[in-house]
Design a protein around this ligand. Structure first.
Ligand code: FAD
Ligand code: NAD
Length: 481
């Protein structure tokens, strides 16, 4: 083990572990300290994303989608099934197996790339030193480095008057581990987590009510897509109540049969309401995690939201100390976190890498999926930029019709004069995959004409991007039907 590491990475999530591996590949002597534990209570690398975020939620979305298809969609295709049932513990066990496999894959990559891994909590000390308290107990260690990368991620935000108890009232992690579909599930917050996990349990049979404080649904998404999504999700059966201010949540016996549950009171423009749920998920956003770092001791600057303050290259106010991922400003997305981690270590190694914050894709994994990159129409209007817009509905796309998934659209926004792409917004099955084309186009500074001249396979959902780009110039062909 090196006496003084070239780099200590604090946190082994997608920001930290990717940075640690890349740094080791660049020849740096790297240590990574991670305090994450898996559902079995053992150390588990991969952070929120792998253990209680991106991966487990997508595993459950996939399982619940299969169940829903069998129950509700296969009949249309002439496929008859018997009595379709869901074995929730088996579904959760599958999810846990995927998580364990990927987390142990990170450990293997650490070993292969000679990253020295510490399972413990790290605390910053003056003089480029970090104190490590091992998760397994035992003596505290102090290690030293020429550079430190803080990648300690985020934690669920809570609301004062709605305390979680881990059983009836849970955060997003709890909602990944229900042993059965709750009869009546309440979700506070109709954001990304609320919609994804609300969809999972709704497909498995729960009656789901989402209480959203804002009057606007998905304000970060394009308005037209948000409107279409609101209608579609309501049609699917998600009961989304906008402008709902939660006043209290009281855990106790509910209903005529006195089952365990929670009584929630909330207020909207029509007055005060009370509603009972078997389980309640609090999904009102996440907060940067600087717990236990001792930022004051070393003089590390935080911004007014509690994020570690960084510049565009993720440098903090302290020399040779960097911070990346959810703990800093910007979207809380795994791919943004990894990209920042790679940028920092490549710059430490002398390269001139930068992150293109204008070309970060967003995805909401509902059915259909919602994905976008770049500006929304609302943002363009506010910036008074002269833009053109092309929209193509899924209902006019041959592949979508063959799939039986015709709700959705693709929208292309481009500068009116230069034709340069400003944003692409998609609501379609596998929009998460379709958006990659638009991200690449924007990364290369492409124009709407570039998308028009790119040959798209037929029949494919990506033809809607081609058609929307044509529509931006009033030239929709739609000859494919
Ligand atoms: P984290 O993944 O939070 O990792 C930080 C790590 O640091 C953790 O292991 C933590 O234990 C450790 N740590 C913290 N403090 C210390 C300390 N003092 N010492 C040692 N270790 C410490 N994003 C997407 O892009 N796509 C998705 O589909 C997606 N789905 C999500 C679903 C859910 C339910 C949730 C909750 C999040 C989801 N996200 C998704 C967001 C994504 O998980 C985060 O953006 C991402 O994990 C951030 O990576 P990070 O490395 O910055 O932090
Ligand atoms: P979010 O910001 O997407 O949604 C939180 C919602 O809760 C917002 O709509 C907000 O208006 C609402 N809200 C806040 N306070 C409230 C209150 N008191 N009562 C009712 N509603 C309230 O946050 P999230 O869904 O918790 O997700 C956290 C982060 O994780 C997000 O930043 C997201 O980027 C990330 N994430 C990403 C994905 C993905 O990329 N597919 C999936 C899940 C989570």
């Amino acid at each position: 083990m090196a006496d003084v590491f070239d780099l200590i990475v604090l946190g082994g999530g997608p920001a930290g572990y990717v940075a640690a591996i890349r740094a080791a590949q660049l020849g740096l002597g790297v240590a990574c300290i991670d305090g994450g534990v898996g559902s079995d209570g053992k150390p588990s690398l991969g952070g929120t994303c792998l253990n209680v975020g991106c991966i487990p939620s997508k595993a459950l979305l996939e399982s619940s989608e299969h169940f829903h298809r069998c129950k509700a969609e296969l009949k249309d295709h002439g496929v008859t099934t018997g009595d379709v049932r869901i074995d929730v513990p088996a579904m959760i066990a599958r999810k846990n197996k995927i998580v364990r496999g990927l987390a142990s894959g990170v450990s293997t990559l650490f070993a292969k790339n000679k990253v020295v891994s510490f399972a413990g909590k790290g605390r910053l000390l003056p003089g480029m030193r970090v104190e490590v308290s091992p998760l397994a107990g035992g003596p505290v260690e102090t290690i030293e480095a020429k550079n430190i990368l803080i990648a300690t991620g985020s934690l669920p935000r809570d609301i004062d008057h709605v305390p979680t108890d881990g059983t009836i009232v849970v955060d997003s992690s709890g909602a990944l581990d229900f042993t059965a579909a709750p009869e009546k599930l309440g979700v506070i917050g109709a954001g990304v987590i609320g919609l994804e996990l609300g969809s999972v349990w709704h497909r498995l049979g729960s009656q789901v009510v989402l209480l959203e404080a804002m009057e606007t649904f998905l304000p970060g998404a394009d308005e037209q897509i948000a409107d279409t999504a609101f209608k579609e999700m309501s049609r699917q059966g998600l009961d989304i109540r906008l402008g709902a201010r939660v006043l209290s949540a009281k855990i106790g016996k509910i209903g005529k049969d006195g089952k365990d549950g929670v009584q929630v009171s909330y207020e909207n423009s029509e007055g005060k309401h009370s509603i009972e749920f078997s389980k309640l998920v609090v999904a009102v956003g996440r907060k940067p995690n600087t717990q236990g770092l001792d930022v004051n001791e070393v003089g590390l600057l935080l911004d007014e939201r509690g994020n570690v303050h960084v510049d565009e290259f993720c440098k903090t106010n302290l020399p040779n100390i960097y911070a990346v991922g959810d703990v800093v400003r910007g979207p809380m997305l795994a791919h943004k976190a990894s990209e920042e981690g790679i940028m920092v270590v490549e710059r430490i190694a002398g390269e001139q890498t930068r992150v293109n914050y204008d070309a970060i894709p967003w995805v909401i994994y509902t059915s259909p999926e919602i994905a976008w990159v770049g500006k929304t129409e609302r943002q363009l209007r506010a910036s008074a930029r002269d833009y053109k817009v092309g929209v193509f509905p899924l209902s006019a796309n041959g592949r979508a019709r063959a799939m039986g998934h015709t709700v959705g659209l693709t929208k292309v926004l481009a500068d009116k004069k230069s034709d340069r792409l400003l944003g692409v917004h998609i609501m379609a099955p596998m929009a998460s995959e379709m958006i990659a084309e638009a991200v690449l186009a924007m990364e290369f500074g492409a124009s709407a004409e570039d998308l028009q001249r790119t040959i798209h396979a037929h029949p494919s959902l990506s033809e809607t991007t081609h058609e929307a780009a044509l529509a931006a110039d009033g030239r929709t062909l739609n000859f494919h039907g």
